[in-house]
Design a binder for this molecule. Structure first.
Ligand code: T4K
Length: 411
């Protein structure tokens, strides 16, 4: 990999991209492949593929232990886990939720005819701002959903107090926060229940998968029933349910990945530190910081670009990076409230989400995880630094290029 030291070295102007293979945000962590394959063989030998099999039970036991909860119910994905928790908690009417989240958080509510009432975020944490929750509570409100964005715990104390005071349920979307802690307690045991995602792109994956963690015995048994069509035994259905089961292959992947968790965190942490060291002094750049005194998976490398102080906007920089095969992402652009069906259902809601509106235009996620190391990160950072140091020149060149293209099309 050669450094890009001249404008004409950039992929944006037709040069070879810095990376032959795309550098993704969310390239899966794999772990010990041989251990997984051994487990796969065991699955075939046992001929037990799904429906609360031995690997799922072992996986639930281990994840309950790791998250410090009495019950961990494994599911086929995080979205289904959210839907099950919403239903089992008997949420109805309106639920307060941040708009700055993956759209699954809002969909899990709307899917069940519950109105997501979008709340603004605290710009310093990127999570729901508890100070803005109370004004949104109405007679129809039944709960609050907080999201531990990027794995950094949201304001669980404040949200718990508000929920208790107004007799509301508190559900936490912990999709990003597996193996993270808050004030020394593992994420999983806060609120009425917490929901994890084990999607391929997550720090810890089971191909597709998820789970609900809770200390509420009754809620846990309701979710277990609902996860399996409401069956309480052969031929006996006791409630409405769905198919939210995790299969044995996913659980085998989960058990294998649990054995490598420490390695995943170490790599992410080293990557995080290197990005900070390389980029934190850039004008207009704000690096999202984790609390290093807590357990954290460091899975998301998040920067904010303030175009008033930086020579390139977030989108301009992203274009430069994509042309180098560095597929940086702008999660959760444009915000749930600007996606359908919410955009049509609640056309005026953007006005009360100023911080969300600002953040979706600034945020950029850079590649990290076990498929990325110091060599790649130094190259990514060199390109970012070079592009920002030559931002004006770069924009002029793009304008010239566009003008040339336009005139040749006219001809
Ligand atoms: N709540 C929150 C706060 C969430 O962030 C999510 C999911 C959920 C709930 C719902 O949980 P799940 O139902 O998904 O378990 C991705 C993921 O698909 C999604 O799981 C995740 N959040 C979200 C933040 O990111 P996309 O549409 O950006 O991902 P995708 O699948 O295009 O993957 C990103 C990049 O990763 C790809 O460009 C290529 C690379 N990749 C992806 C896969 C699947 C690979 O290299 N290998 C792979 O196998 O949403």
């Amino acid at each position: 990999m050669k450094p890009k030291n001249r404008i004409e070295d950039l992929g944006l102007f037709g040069a070879e991209p810095a990376f032959q293979e795309p550098l993704h945000v969310g390239r899966p962590n794999i772990g010990a492949k041989e251990r997984f394959l051994e487990r796969l063989n065991t699955i075939f030998d046992r001929r037990w593929l799904t429906n609360d099999g031995p690997y799922v039970q072992e996986f639930e036991h281990k994840t309950a232990e790791l998250t410090g909860v009495r019950h961990f119910i494994a599911t086929c994905n995080g979205t289904l886990a959210l839907e099950l928790a919403v239903r089992a908690l008997e949420l109805t009417g309106e639920v307060i939720v941040p708009s700055f989240t993956f759209v699954a958080t809002a969909h899990a509510l709307q899917w069940q005819q519950i109105r997501p009432v979008f709340c603004d975020i605290d710009p310093s944490t990127h999570s729901i701002d508890p100070r803005r929750v109370e004004p949104l509570i109405t007679r129809r409100t039944s709960g609050i959903v907080g999201v531990h964005t990027w794995g950094k715990p949201c304001a669980v104390q404040e949200l718990s107090e508000i929920a208790a005071h107004h007799k509301l349920r508190l559900l936490l979307d912990a999709a990003h926060a597996f193996d993270c802690s808050h004030q020394g307690r593992m994420i999983g045991g806060f609120g009425d229940a917490e929901v994890f995602s084990f999607h391929a792109t997550k720090f810890f994956n089971t191909f597709e998968g998820g789970g609900v963690a809770t200390n509420d015995d009754e809620l846990a048994s309701r979710i277990r029933l609902m996860r399996n069509f409401g069956f309480a035994g052969y031929d006996k259905v006791v409630c409405l349910g769905t198919n939210g089961k995790m299969n044995e292959m996913s659980a085998a992947m989960g058990l294998t990945q649990l054995e490598s968790l420490g390695d995943f965190v170490d790599r992410n942490f080293q990557n995080y530190r290197l990005y900070l060291q390389e980029l934190e002094d850039l004008p207009g750049f704000r690096m999202f910081r984790y609390n290093e005194n807590e357990k954290c998976n460091y899975q998301y490398m998040v920067v904010e670009i303030d175009d008033a102080a930086s020579s390139l906007s977030r989108d301009e920089l992203m274009e430069v990076l994509w042309a180098e095969n560095i597929l940086a992402r702008r999660y959760f652009y444009p915000g749930c409230h600007r996606m359908e069906p919410y955009r049509t259902l609640f056309p005026d809601v953007a006005a009360r989400l100023p911080e969300t509106e600002k953040l979706v235009r600034r945020v950029l996620l850079l590649p990290t995880g076990t498929s990325v190391g110091p060599v790649e990160i130094r190259q990514v950072c060199q390109i970012i630094r070079f592009a920002l140091e030559h931002g004006n020149e770069l924009k002029e060149r793009v304008t010239e290029q566009t003008a040339v293209k336009a005139s040749s099309t006219r001809r």
